[in-house]
Design a protein around this ligand. Sequence first.
Ligand SMILES: [Zn+2]
Ligand SMILES: [Zn+2]
Length: 243
Amino acid sequence: MKLNFRDFGKKLRDFFSRRGYTCDCCGAEIFDYPNRRICDDCDALIVQEYPRCAKCGRKTVTQGVCLTCKRELPSFDVGMSPFVYEGMSAAMINRFKNRERHLSAFFSERMSKMLKESGLFSQDLLIVCVPMTKDKRLKRGYNQAEELARGISSLLGLTFDSEVLEKRKETLEQKHLTKKERQENVKTAFFVHKRVLVRGRDILLIDDIMTTGSTGSACARVLKNAGANKIIFLTAVSLKELK
Ligand SMILES: [Zn+2]
Ligand SMILES: [Zn+2]
């Protein structure tokens, strides 16, 4: 078989991309992948320093607690996310939601790092993920929150139980609803199994995106009703405070 240079180049690229030796974000080659999963250029753009809400961790316009938390304090004790939902991080999390399951490795690593650096890490944390309804999970093939939880569990050596929370009814997309509608929307959606496991425990609650925090808050509420102690809500990205 004759191979011209163009074919050869394509084969080489296919080889590297198949092996994953490319930036998860832009596709540039990274020879020490997976020690680094995104290239330096992308890293510089995706990581931002910004004022964060002391409660939910979302990017705020001013220092202190954001307006959403001021209006109604969420049921989780503290929220945090390594990335703001915009530009490259938004594109990456959307790819992760839509079939690119391997991206969970990148987000799990950054989420684990953030938890460690926050000083809130403890070997006693029990990991729980925000669930999907059975129908939706079947349709999608995987729950991205569960993928992240699994990754973080193995990186930090923490116990993860995917069956603690169940989502019993489908909720509408939070971002299109008013505050009141959002609260109603998630109020009765979540149910706690294995209450014995949860009682008296500090929980690390995992999700992919924090929009306003009302999903995390609804999960935290049922977990606390089941006797959970402190709840840290850790998501891969969070929406900045909207004015
Ligand atoms: Zn890159
Ligand atoms: Zn807040």
